[in-house]
Design a protein around this ligand. Structure first.
Ligand SMILES: Nc1ncnc2c1ncn2[C@@H]1O[C@H](COP(=O)(O)OP(=O)(O)OP(=O)(O)O)[C@@H](O)[C@H]1O
Ligand SMILES: [Mg+2]
Length: 197
């Protein structure tokens, strides 16, 4: 059983978007997966409703209840930092403007001080902006980077994840980004499972 929290001190940085993609990625590998909505805004539950209305059967269970019996729990948190988390792994998205990035670094420190393994993710990256290119080159060369792509909100609006969608422009690029994010999370899981030496 594994728990992964998606966390940021800042709002609107892509937490829910990444949590949805990660949940779909694990579920499509045959793991019983739930996506736990800790946010009073209920964005995950809204997504679940959109999917239901569109007649889409999600591969994971979106819920805001305390549940058990799953292999993978992805936790979508509201903006802000907590003293304690349900997970030992924190996926931490950031936007790529300097103020957001400073807030992100403070978030990473907070989480690491509480013993979590962090997976920083550059989110909504615009490679046509020099400031963003410089930040990515300095801090995200070997880390997951998710570009700013219409395909993400398009899928959300249809009750789909990029993992499950078909026939939308630039889908395969988004799928590759999520595969790299998934690999980084798997590496963090492996780290937390390593016995202490
Ligand atoms: N890679 C992306 N490309 C384009 N748009 C994106 C991307 N990721 C997220 N978005 C859009 O950015 C907005 C914020 O994303 P999201 O809701 O996932 O952020 P959040 O951190 O969960 O926000 P909150 O703090 O309010 O919970 C949404 O409108 C979403 O559709
Ligand atoms: Mg959210």
């Amino acid at each position: 059983m594994v728990h992964v929290s998606v966390v940021s001190p800042k709002g609107g940085v892509g937490k829910t978007m990444l949590a949805l993609q990660l949940a779909a990625s694990y579920a499509r590998d045959g793991l019983r997966t739930c996506l736990v909505d800790h946010d009073p805004q209920g964005s995950v539950l809204v997504f679940g409703k959109i999917a239901q209305r569109a007649g889409i059967e999600l591969p994971f269970v979106p819920t805001n209840a305390r549940v058990s019996g799953f292999d993978v729990y992805i936790h979508d948190h509201p903006p802000g930092l907590e003293e304690a988390y349900p997970s030992r792994i924190a996926v931490v998205p950031t936007l790529l403007d300097p103020p957001s990035f400073l807030i992100h670094r403070r978030g990473l420190r907070h989480l690491e001080e509480r013993g979590l393994v962090v997976v920083p993710v550059a989110c909504r990256y615009r490679s046509d902006r020099k400031q963003q290119r410089d930040l990515v080159a300095a801090h995200f060369l070997d880390r997951p980077v998710v570009k700013d792509r219409d395909v993400y909100p398009t899928c959300y609006g249809r009750g789909l994840t990029v993992v499950d969608a078909r026939g939308i422009p630039h889908l395969s690029k988004a799928q590759n980004e999520i595969a790299l994010l998934r690999a980084a999370v798997d590496a963090a899981i492996a780290l937390t499972n390593k016995p202490h030496e």
